[in-house]
Design a protein around this ligand. Structure first.
Ligand code: FES
Length: 105
């Protein structure tokens, strides 16, 4: 099977404790850089009402949705704050050199 690692951006394009939106193959993803300088990826849309999570706020290990302030653990995808109750899908991430990659399939 073809290599499904997709280059997202340079490491420095994401600030620590921040998130960016990444669109690929008709889907949208959210790519996070934690306060510990690790990188993570989830589906880009909130499981509550399909709002872009990249417009939300990263606090420690959580992303807060900008619409109703639902929260997810972006490392595990777990829904941790109402009104969200459906977990987010997560994706493997790797850093090679200065670039961030996600595995989407
Ligand atoms: S749309 Fe995200 S919490 Fe409602």
């Amino acid at each position: 099977m073809a290599d499904s690692w997709i280059e997202v951006c340079a490491k420095d394009a994401i600030d620590e404790e921040d998130v960016i939106r990444f669109d690929y193959g008709g889907k949208t993803y959210a790519i996070y850089r934690s306060p510990e300088d690790t990188f993570h990826a989830t589906d880009g849309l909130c499981t509550h009402e399909k709002i872009h999570l990249a417009d939300g706020l990263v606090m420690d290990d959580t992303i807060e949705c900008p619409k109703h302030n639902g929260r997810f653990d972006y490392k595990t995808g777990e829904a941790v704050g109402a009104p969200v109750c459906i977990n987010l899908k997560t994706y493997p991430v790797k850093v090679e050199g200065e670039a961030v990659f996600i595995k989407v399939a």
